[in-house]
Design a protein around this ligand. Structure first.
Ligand code: SAM
Length: 243
């Protein structure tokens, strides 16, 4: 099972994402687990402040480092305790003298930023083998730079554009990673043959019924070869159409 722990100031954004479609099914099958944590939980003042003005001046607010630091630490530690059975229901007995890093939980912490490394299928594949992914979502003008430098293992962008926050990038990453975990997709061959499986290769075009559709007065047909029933020819056509 891969556990996704999201650190966000808008945890409710994940409600329908978690509870619909194949992501919900993957959770029911215990292939993945998604927890959206409210960053405000790790603040100490009565206003639960998570942001502050940028040093050096400028517009907007920046997410503070300390709550993020505490959140990452608490979330990672919490999962270790749960898995190793010192607390919680899972009573898998391990030597209590073992240090956390010898418990062998594979965890990675990601911070989202437009200036991060561009997310791709290779990263998704690598992360699909982890026990836990901690995803830090920025808001406003971003996050104190020290989170990317000293707290996260990787700083990741989902593309060359600027969004309001890191929540949509977190959903993108969770979908891409979850579907690579064995059992998440029913037909294994559908992920074995799809785009980006081989380096940067893109899958051939796909068609479904009806065979002819009228678009702007023109009849748009499915390529004849796909209707031929000749599997060898279909395979050749697909190979030819694979970029
Ligand atoms: N001031 C920042 C800049 O100019 O790069 C933009 C901050 S953005 C409004 C707020 C947050 O949204 C970021 O800290 C990041 O977590 C997230 N975000 C926005 N665009 C993103 C992208 N393309 N990829 C990943 N995260 C993004």
């Amino acid at each position: 099972m891969t556990r996704f722990d999201i650190i966000t100031i808008f945890p409710n954004l994940f409600d329908s994402f978690k509870n619909e479609a194949l992501i919900a099914r993957a959770q029911k099958k215990r292939i993945i687990k998604i927890n959206a944590h409210n960053l405000r939980k790790w603040t100490e003042d009565k206003h639960k402040t998570v942001d502050d003005k940028p040093y050096g001046g400028g517009v907007g607010m920046v997410l503070k480092l300390e709550p993020i630091m505490k959140a990452v630490e608490a979330i990672k530690e919490g999962y270790r305790l749960q898995v190793t059975g010192y607390r919680g229901k899972n009573k898998k007995k391990l030597d209590p003298n073992l240090k956390p890093d010898t418990w062998n939980l594979k965890t990675r912490t990601i911070v989202f930023s437009p200036k991060g490394k561009k997310f791709n299928q290779q990263m998704a594949r690598r992360w699909s083998k982890l026990d836990q992914l901690v995803l830090i979502c920025g808001r406003y003008e971003g996050i104190d730079e020290r989170a990317a430098k000293y707290i996260a293992d990787e700083e990741v962008s989902i593309g060359d554009y600027v969004l309001f926050g890191g929540e949509v990038p977190a959903m993108v990453v969770m979908e891409a990673v979850a579907r690579l975990i064995p059992g998440a997709v029913q037909k294994k061959e559908s992920i074995e043959k799809e785009s980006f499986t081989i380096a940067k290769e893109l899958e051939h075009p796909q068609y479904t019924r009806p065979e002819i559709v009228e678009i702007n007065g023109k009849k748009r047909k499915v390529p004849k070869v796909l209707l031929s029933g000749n599997h060898k020819k279909i395979e050749e056509w697909r190979k030819q159409k694979t970029n």
